[in-house]
Design a protein around this ligand. Sequence first.
Ligand code: S3P
Length: 167
Amino acid sequence: MDRIILIGMMGAGKTTIGRELAKRCGMRFVDCDHEIEARTGVSVPTIFEIEGEEGFRRRETQVIDELTCTPGLVIATGGGAVLSPLNRTMLAERGVVIYLNVPPQVLWERTRHDRNRPLLRVPNPRERIFALHRERDPLYREIADIIVDGGRGNPGGTIRQIRKALE
Ligand code: S3P
């Protein structure tokens, strides 16, 4: 297996699960947002401020294209990575795609005190989470090879589910 790709909403646990999964599978972990931050030298919210969401999405596509051509990686994508059809094609064709499925109420509880997510800087962030989940859930499902329940607050159990499905 060349690449394992984690998709799902903000707060789904892609980074936490991905890091641990990589360790157990003897693979290297990369997070697309961290990669973008390392390359630009600024945070994701700052990129949104300077270049808008459009500028961020361009950088995201570039990073996805490069990382999905690198062997031996567990890749955590940003929650919006599936919005672009081109990204969806690259992700679906270049790795085993795992959707960490988490109910919107749980996503909200996990992200409500987080100031690092520009899309949640709106008057009603809870409503935003629910709307984004409604819009994106079908896109995650469209490209997922494996769907796991990431909503139980039990990363060890989620990792076991993933490893079993990968056998
Ligand atoms: C986004 C999710 C974030 C980050 C950016 C946009 C989204 O990543 O890429 O703030 O559109 O859902 P996480 O899913 O890692 O929070």
